[in-house]
Design a protein around this ligand. Structure first.
Ligand code: SF4
Length: 296
């Protein structure tokens, strides 16, 4: 059996529940939680590295206590993940001007607070109905210590999906090592300039590439790439080339066509329109010809 077949076979086993999720083998969850709380007090959970004590004040993302906007069994994720118990946190570490979940990502005070024990009970209450727990938002990164604490209280043996923009710090990626079974990532921009202009962060392309490599060393990876109007050459092409070069067909790639102008997209002429069929075809053709392992 090739390495790729072994990886996919283990991945299917984890997702189908035939294999115990990794976090049950994570002996140092308590230690990770201690480390996470230290980082929380001088916040460097994402690469904005605000350095604030989140017990006292919010950083750039505006998130203080974790707030959950909605949680439900999701049947619209990639086929291998559904049904997925999806937990949507308020707040985000990026500021994408075209955000399609802006009502969640830009309102870190929305939703309601759960204690870790309450959240663990809520998850265990859905026992047997979902293949995995899917931590998302906004973005789950500002609430990483909370997620570790919830996992520590879970009765149910269930796979953990980290559904994220991957702008995490290296320290935060280390905390997830051995805890996350599947990284479900959004890879948006193929260079730092588009990341700064459209998501308000520095070093986007350098950081997310590093974190994808770290993620692949820890768990299975499914990458989502939303093709955007006017960004095929500068973003889709370098992203798809890099994924092929770095990972070949060992990760799943979902090339997505559902871009629509939302939020502040009207201020940026090239993205203030729907994606054309020709632009999507161009990106998809490239992904296909590169031999990527595409989600249908
Ligand atoms: S998670 Fe929020 S507070 Fe922490 S470094 Fe990132 S933006 Fe700043």
């Amino acid at each position: 059996m090739s390495d790729v077949q072994k990886a996919l076979s283990r991945y299917s086993a984890v997702l189908s529940g035939d294999e115990r999720p990794l976090f049950r083998h994570c002996k140092d969850l308590d230690h990770k939680l201690e480390q996470a709380k230290e980082i929380f007090e001088n916040c460097a959970l994402c690469e904005r590295r605000c350095g604030v004590d989140r017990n006292i004040e919010a950083g750039h993302c505006g998130v203080r206590e974790p707030r959950v906007v909605s949680e439900f069994l999701h049947f619209g994720e990639e086929p291998e993940l559904v049904p997925s118990h999806t937990i949507f946190f308020a707040g985000c570490t990026l500021e994408c001007v075209f955000c399609q979940n802006w009502d969640i990502s830009t309102r870190p005070d929305s939703g309601r607070h759960y204690s870790p024990v309450e959240m663990a009970k809520l998850i265990d209450g859905q026992s047997g109905k979902a293949k995995n727990i899917n931590w998302v938002g906004g973005d789950p990164t500002p609430n990483l210590p909370f997620v570790l604490e919830v996992i520590g209280h879970l009765e149910e043996d269930i796979a953990q999906v980290w559904n994220s923009n991957m702008y995490l710090s290296e320290e935060a990626m280390g905390l997830l090592d051995g805890v996350v079974d599947v990284y479900l990532t959004d890879l948006k921009f193929g260079n730092n300039e588009c990341g700064e202009r459209l998501a308000g962060v520095k070093g986007y392309w350098d950081i997310v590439r590093r974190d994808h490599i770290l993620a692949k060393g820890q768990a299975e990876v499914i990458v989502r790439h939303l093709v955007m109007p006017g960004h095929v050459e500068c973003c889709s092409e370098p992203i798809l080339d890099w994924l092929a070069e770095e990972f070949g067909d060992t990760i799943r790639v979902n090339v997505m066509a559902q871009y629509r102008p939302e939020h502040h997209a009207f201020r940026y002429p090239e993205i203030n329109k729907n994606l054309s069929i020709d632009e999507f075809r161009k990106a998809y053709k490239q992904a296909f010809e590169l031999g990527l392992n595409l989600v249908d």
